[in-house]
Design a protein around this ligand. Structure first.
Ligand code: 4AD
Ligand code: MG
Length: 477
């Protein structure tokens, strides 16, 4: 392969007068003269100029939308506006022809729904390429944040023998012949014959194993895929998604909220500082989409403006009980506009969360101290015996991005909660032992990675911020 220069490198440090070789996909070929070339290294295209009157016209016919080419040329200061430099084409080599008639993409705005069906091509579009560069940036920032703050990255299992949340809705993993499984004396499937000698599932969370790590290494985080077999068809749910779960020894619910806020702001700042060009393209996309919308349907602020606002202002922190009071005193409740009544003891619905975040406080809101009735067994029981030290971080336009808690470290209280909630103690013997042998107060949370990517990119649907979405009925690509 001949040596070439990546367009990101060339544009960052252009050397006028030098010869360059570049490779990429043609984004546009205007007036038989101007080629916009993109190689994915940056949102920005390189403009190349062809002297078509003195060029092989048969070859130029093959320079078409999304064909893959190599250009050799000399860099000059641009003669036109819109770019600082341009490449004067000396020769072109076609690396991959594109058959425009059969090709799935066209040089015009196409709907996200359509592009989802073309997941093998959609990353070549401006919007999706920006999304996936930013997705990378956020993952990198996750590791950087935790490494710089003294956390250890812990790999928790993907195949699990226990149901961490006691919530069901798991995908089973088996090597048994599902058409003809071995049966025990009661006629039930005999999982002793299965690969691991027991029934196993794909994990819904690495938290419980993460706690093992925190009680030895002090501060850990996980960052891996998690799986939920719930039949949710919303723009916020995936069946396979990535979660980041820090778990911290000697930390209570307040330290946990501080960490969640600081960490979220760091991720947003990292993208603001390092990916302004990609953000600008996503910002412009929203403006164009909203051009023909009614004012009340538009977002209150542009994308970059929203991100800056979130990092520059404190998250609002309220208790669940305060949230219920605010909701019951709100205009939409009094006017009967909520579909679900906000009632103490019942979980907050998306419409309630949206009211708190978008109407009442107009910023991210951390709600804590939820009733124990609908929260997980491992959350620490508060003094009132009614609520647990749980917290949810709600973001504008999205709702819950983070869910976490201070963990119940008192052995007897935990056993009581497990009994009350029908959680198998035998299966989680090791989790209980952590409370018997040198336990300590600790806390942690799970941040839904795609929901954070959704927020930072300003996209509308979670299926457009993961390269190959898995949702009920869909596992293509
Ligand atoms: O609130 P969740 O269920 O919390 C846990 O799993 C805890 N074990 C975390 C912990 O304390 N270590 O999930 C955490 C986050 C949610 O706030 C949400 O952002 C995201 O994971 N999430 C989903 N994202 C996409 N698709 C789904 N189906 C999701 N379910 C949860
Ligand atoms: Mg949750």
């Amino acid at each position: 392969m001949s040596k070439h220069t990546e367009i990101s490198k060339l544009l960052a440090d252009p050397k006028i007068g030098e010869a360059y070789t570049v490779k990429g996909w043609v984004r546009a070929f205007r007036a038989n003269r101007f080629i916009s070339l993109n190689d994915g290294s940056t949102i920005n295209n390189l403009q190349a100029v062809v002297d078509f009157e003195n060029f092989d016209s048969e070859l130029l016919k093959r320079v078409s939308f999304h064909s893959c080419i190599q250009i050799n040329g000399q860099l000059i200061e641009s003669q036109g506006s819109g770019q600082a430099v341009e490449l004067v084409v000396e020769s072109i080599e076609i690396l991959g022809d594109n058959n425009a008639e059969e090709y799935g993409l066209q040089p015009k705005r196409q709907t996200m729904e359509y592009l989802r069906e073309k997941a093998h091509l959609r990353m070549r579009t401006n919007t999706l390429s920006a999304v996936f560069r930013i997705r990378h940036a956020i993952s990198f920032a996750v590791h950087k944040y935790f490494n710089d703050h003294g956390y250890y990255y812990l790999h928790t299992p993907i195949i699990t023998g226990s149901d961490a949340e006691g919530a069901g809705e798991m995908f089973q993993v088996t090597s048994l012949d599902v058409e003809n499984p071995p049966k025990d004396e009661n006629g039930k499937v005999d999982y002793k014959e299965d690969f691991f000698g027991k029934a196993t599932n794909l994990t819904v969370s690495g938290q419980l194993q993460g706690e093992i790590g925190a009680l030895a290494l002090g501060k850990i985080y996980t960052f891996g895929p998690t799986f939920r077999a719930e039949n949710s068809h919303t723009s916020r749910h995936l069946s396979e998604f990535w979660m980041i779960e820090p778990e911290v020894a000697f930390c209570d619910i307040h330290g946990n909220m501080d960490l969640a806020e600081d960490f979220s702001k760091y991720l947003i700042n990292y993208v603001l500082d390092n990916y302004p060009d990609d953000l600008a393209v996503l910002d412009k996309r929203i403006q164009e989409l909203e051009k023909n919308m009614k004012k009340e349907d538009r977002r209150p602020m542009g994308l970059v403006e929203t991100l800056k606002f979130v990092v520059e202002n404190n998250f609002e922190r309220i208790t669940y009980t305060e949230a219920i009071n605010i909701l019951r005193n709100s205009k939409p409740f009094k006017k009967g506009k909520f579909e679900f009544e906000p009632e103490w003891g019942k979980d907050l619905q998306a419409e309630h969360e949206r009211f708190l975040v978008e109407k009442k406080f107009k910023r991210p809101v951390i709600v804590r101290d939820y009733p124990k009735g609908f929260k997980a067994f491992y959350m620490r029981l508060n003094e009132d015996n009614e609520t647990v030290a749980a917290m949810d971080v709600l973001f504008p336009g999205i709702g819950e991005v983070i869910g976490g808690a201070q963990r119940e470290e008192r052995h007897d209280v935990l056993v009581g909660r497990m009994k009350a909630m029908d959680v198998h103690q035998e299966e989680l013997w090791w989790y209980l032992e952590l409370r018997k042998f040198g336990g300590c107060p600790h806390a942690g949370f799970g941040l839904g990675f795609e929901r954070m990517v959704l927020f930072i990119t300003g996209m509308e649907n979670i299926r457009d911020v993961i390269p190959f979405p898995r949702t009920p009925g869909k596992a293509e690509f």
